[in-house]
Design a protein around this ligand. Structure first.
Ligand code: SAH
Length: 473
């Protein structure tokens, strides 16, 4: 390591910035965003630096020669696109004992700029010793994706309590444990979810901070996570983080193996799946086991296919968690209907053709009174039907009775966003036949004029061959 990352106090004095053109403007934006006071020498004489009026108080634009400018009180000198003037300026700054950066010129620089992740009080600097700013930027992107957006707020939140906790817990190791428990527990989670006043109240409610730090049982929590329809790259960044942080994951059977692969290796996994024909352990038992795990201090993730609140019984689980007084949060996922729409290029709304969407389940559609078909008559309403494959004949009968045309376009889409996704498109008249053409679930129906716009159906080579054989028979 040649360059040690340190953090410069920009309140201590102005930064002198010398240069020209777009390079100067780019550096100016970086320094202005960091809140620096600046003395800028635009040596090409172009003083139009695109500054807003709010910058005017902090940024002085000077026409004088930088090589003779007064450097007293200055905290650093930066040259961007300054050519020979930069080299001369570097010698001056070094003689004056000031840190100096000449852009893309390690020889004349005593410090270099890292790539920055800026989250308020939390700042991450990434450097490559000046050898590859592009590599530094790639690393920064990865860190950006990992850090919660509100991590800076968490640091600030802790900052406001630090003094009072220091006074109340004298021993340093115990103090550290106190903060670890706050950050890793429900209070930290509340700040990261933007529920600051709740976090504030919870922290103030800790009457004996030392005892809180000593308690050997950490506070558990439950996170309901939407896993999306199968493609692991469709997990949200938050979902991925929750999977990495979990001590135990209760997952549905629908969740794809590729997504389960994203769970931390040493995390306990429990399949609580229900699938057609298989009862699973039952909702009450799931609730009970989640609550027990959280009460024993574990970070629990309840991982569900698609979105937890779309035919996922997330609502019932939240009610049980509330009743048990367990801290919980909810991370949405991409629901199967949206996955199908994107995968098979079916726009769910379309000017003049579809102005509303209904998501419905046909789970119990065979009992006619379970679905009120008379509310689904509007031809400009796209229907997205979950659990509709085995009930396809009942769906068709119900929609015919509601007056929907037999010519209404229909798509049956299976295993959407997964490598072996499959689709069949036709009309409402043929719906049961289309459903039969699908080999293996889960599958979803989209019904409405918009299905006309579907892109070409993807088929796996294996599927294609079996279809050809079938056609040849
Ligand atoms: N919460 C889930 C839905 C659970 S109900 C979500 O938001 O997607 C289960 C039904 O969802 C299945 O019967 C099927 O209709 C649909 N489904 C789930 N995953 C699917 C997938 N990958 N492809 C097609 N349909 C899917």
């Amino acid at each position: 390591m040649r360059f040690l990352p340190v953090f410069l106090d920009l309140k201590a004095g102005p930064v002198v910035l010398i240069g020209a053109g777009e390079l100067l403007r780019a550096k100016l934006r970086v320094l202005a965003a960091a809140g620096a006071r600046l003395r800028v020498h635009a040596i090409d004489g172009n003083h139009d630096l695109g500054l807003g009026s709010k910058d005017a108080a902090r940024i002085e634009i000077l026409a004088s020669d930088p090589l003779t400018a007064d450097l007293s009180g200055v905290v650093a000198v930066v040259c961007a696109g300054a050519g020979d003037v930069g080299v001369a300026m570097s010698a001056r700054a070094k003689a004056a004992g000031l840190p100096v950066n000449v852009m893309d010129d390690l020889e004349h620089s005593s410090f270099i700029f890292p790539a920055i992740v800026d989250r308020g009080d939390v700042v991450v600097a990434v450097g490559t010793g000046g050898s590859s700013p592009v590599v530094a930027r790639r690393v920064r992107e990865k860190i950006e994706a990992l850090l919660p957006a509100r991590i800076g707020e968490l640091a600030e939140f802790i900052g406001t309590f630090r003094k009072s906790i220091n006074e109340r817990i004298a021993e340093f190791p115990l103090r550290r444990r106190f903060w670890e428990r706050v950050i890793d527990g429900p209070i930290g989670a509340a700040v990261l979810a933007g529920r600051n006043s709740e976090a504030d109240a919870s922290l103030r409610a800790i009457s004996d901070p030392a005892a809180f730090a000593r308690a050997d049982k950490p506070e558990g929590s439950v996170t309901l996570v939407g896993a999306g329809p199968g493609d692991p790259d469709l997990l949200t960044i938050k979902a991925l983080r929750a999977l990495q942080d979990a001590d135990i994951v209760f997952h549905d059977e629908l969740v794809s193996p590729e997504i389960l692969d994203r769970i931390r290796r040493d995390t306990t996994r429990v399949s609580v799946g229900r699938r057609i024909g298989k009862p699973g352990i039952g909702q009450d038992a799931i609730n009970k086991r989640m609550i027990e795990a959280a009460q024993s201090g574990q970070r629990v993730v309840r991982l569900k296919g698609g979105d937890p609140f779309v035919f996922g019984r997330g609502g019932e689980e939240v009610e049980a968690l509330r009743a048990a007084g367990i801290a919980y949060s909810i991370i949405p996922g991409i629901t199967a209907g949206l996955g199908a729409a994107a995968d098979f290029e079916v726009p769910l709304t379309y000017r003049h053709e579809a102005s509303r969407i209904t998501f419905l389940t046909a789970h119990k559609a065979r009992d006619a009174e379970n679905v009120d078909w008379s509310t689904l008559t509007d031809a400009r309403m796209t229907l997205v039907v979950y659990m509709g494959v085995t009930a396809a004949p009942a769906v068709r009968a119900g929609l015919f009775a509601a007056g929907r045309s037999p010519e209404t376009p229909v798509g049956v889409f299976a295993r959407v966003t997964q490598p072996d996704a499959q689709g069949a498109i036709g009309t409402l008249r043929d719906l049961p036949e289309l459903a039969r053409r699908i080999h293996g679930g889960p599958a979803i129906l989209i019904i409405g004029d918009v299905v006309r716009h579907a892109g070409s159906l993807r088929q796996t080579p294996k599927q294609l061959i079996s279809d050809l054989l079938e056609a040849a028979e």
